[in-house]
Ligand binder design. Sequence first.
Ligand SMILES: C[S@@+](CC[C@H](N)C(=O)[O-])C[C@H]1O[C@@H](n2cnc3c(N)ncnc32)[C@H](O)[C@@H]1O
Length: 157
Amino acid sequence: MSDVRPHEIMVPTTAPDDARLRFIGKIHTPWSDRKDCPRQGKIDGPECRIEIFEPWVPALKGIEDYDRIEILYWLDKARRDLVVQNPGHSDSVFGTFALRSPVRPNPIGTVLAKLVSVDGATLVVRGLDCLDGTPLLDLKPDRCAFSPKASPKPAAT
Ligand SMILES: C[S@@+](CC[C@H](N)C(=O)[O-])C[C@H]1O[C@@H](n2cnc3c(N)ncnc32)[C@H](O)[C@@H]1O
């Protein structure tokens, strides 16, 4: 791929076909151009919609109990071959693993978002920073609130 900035280092990579991730849904946001996306989502950002695909809809059971959820997504429009980057917002040069740039060998993005509502296969959240149509990889409850909120099962007699 071209468009390497000064001081950036590109490495040869194999075809990115070995991860075999499943996309379990699609994220709908107000942003269709990367330059309009926030660099990091904010909890008071706009409401965004997450559409969960079948057969994964039953996997949402119980998620409504959580105020914050972690969202993992695949930054599908990002290049994946830079080890050193010269971010547009900075005068300095950094290694890829010292940045939260979408440009990385496996372009996984994460946010801790506010869960606004759940209705069937659709979640409404605040706190995203990705393009409209970004593929969804996974959802997890806030790591500080991982215990299921349901009452414990009665002890066996
Ligand atoms: C800096 S990344 C941060 C992602 C995530 N919050 C993280 O820290 O892992 C967010 C930026 O990625 C870019 N981006 C958003 N959606 C993308 C997509 N589907 N493919 C490639 N780049 C994307 C936009 O420029 C956005 O501002």
